[in-house]
Write a protein that binds this ligand. Structure first.
Ligand code: NAD
Length: 302
């Protein structure tokens, strides 16, 4: 299937690379020329705008960093909405149910189908093709693109209702945000009390406190102090805010989510939106006066 791809960032680039590897002709666009050039080096064709991508492809996928970017790419003046060939738009970004529904309605008015298909599994999952894709929209359109999505990971058809995949994704990410925030908090507490952080993570991973934060994020990016997991703090804050908006719109209590949200807002204020989200431990370390260093010769306290 010939495919268009807009947004070749931390997630989009490895996803696009997998589609090229699987033999799909790919037309790509990103506002950063260097990432377009890297995709062209792998065999993609460069386009000049999202609309140009949609002039040249029936199926356009997008992986974008903000709600506004998804709106612009889908329905802006140079968006895919003006494309001559496009039949379906698959948004792999996390934008929340309300934005997905608004974009879907505008595209539907032009005869373009929309699937929202946010993903989970991180940059590693994007490279290995092991993402979880949470898809909602018209079932026949899903059936058409399912073989393409299967190159990226495991697609789950959540519902025919536009935005349902987004709600599913926000639920998942609130859990991921909570697990990382809480694991940072308890490991800092343990180190302050004199425990070795590497031993703590080993024990947690063998016990009932294990989560993806302790199994993957701590060993890969926090204990070695590389802070390079590949997900920006600003994106985590976006997802937690979107969760809170949806939960509040439903009139639900958000005691835990609100506390988690405050912590992530603090991380963004102190470390910046471009920092890796594993930097969440840094404000907690500063407040405690410790450094969580899992390298064998690293200091346990400062
Ligand atoms: P990113 O910032 O690394 O990549 C976004 C890309 O979009 C960049 O290359 C940027 O230049 C491009 N872009 C921005 N505005 C554009 C526009 N108007 N037109 C064309 N290109 C534009 O972000 P990411 O980490 O790849 O995340 C993308 C989406 O996937 C987000 O919605 C994020 O929440 C979600 N997500 C990310 C991860 C992760 O681990 N990074 C995991 C799951 C889901």
């Amino acid at each position: 299937m010939d495919i268009g791809f807009v947004g070749l960032g931390n997630m989009g680039f490895p996803m696009a690379a997998r589609l090229l590897e699987a033999g799909h002709p790919l037309v790509v666009f990103d506002t950063r020329p260097e990432t377009v050039a890297a995709a062209v080096a792998l065999g993609a064709q460069a386009a000049t705008s999202p609309r140009d991508v949609a002039d040249r492809s029936e199926t356009v996928l997008a992986s974008l960093p903000s709600v506004q970017a998804s709106r612009d790419v889908a329905t802006g003046p140079d968006g895919v909405i003006g494309g001559r060939r496009i039949k379906r738009f698959v948004d792999l970004s996390t934008v929340g149910a309300a934005a997905a529904q608004q974009i879907q309605a505008l595209l539907a008015a032009r005869g373009i189908a929309m699937l929202d298909s946010p993903v989970s599994g991180g940059v590693g999952g994007a490279a290995k093709g092991t993402l979880a894709l949470m898809v909602s929209g018209p079932r026949p359109e899903y059936d058409l693109v399912e073989p393409v999505l299967s190159q990226l990971g495991t697609p789950f058809f959540v519902d025919t209702k536009s935005g349902a995949g987004q709600t599913m994704k926000l639920v998942n990410n609130l859990l991921a945000a909570t697990a990382l925030a809480t694991t940072c908090e308890v490991v800092v507490m343990g180190v302050k009390a004199g425990l070795d952080p590497s031993v703590m993570i080993d024990v947690i991973n063998a016990g009932s406190g294990a989560t993806n934060a302790s199994r993957d994020k701590f060993p890969k990016s926090i204990l070695p102090r590389t802070f390079d997991y590949g997900f920006a703090t600003g994106l985590m804050v976006k997802d937690v805010r979107l969760y809170l908006e949806e939960a509040e719109a439903l009139g639900l209590p958000t005691e835990v989510a609100s506390a988690v949200g405050r912590l992530w807002e603090q991380v963004m204020n102190e470390e910046g939106p471009e920092s890796d989200f594993t930097s969440a431990i840094k404000p907690l370390e500063a407040a405690a006066g410790v450094v969580v260093d899992g390298r064998s010769d690293g200091p346990a306290t400062s």
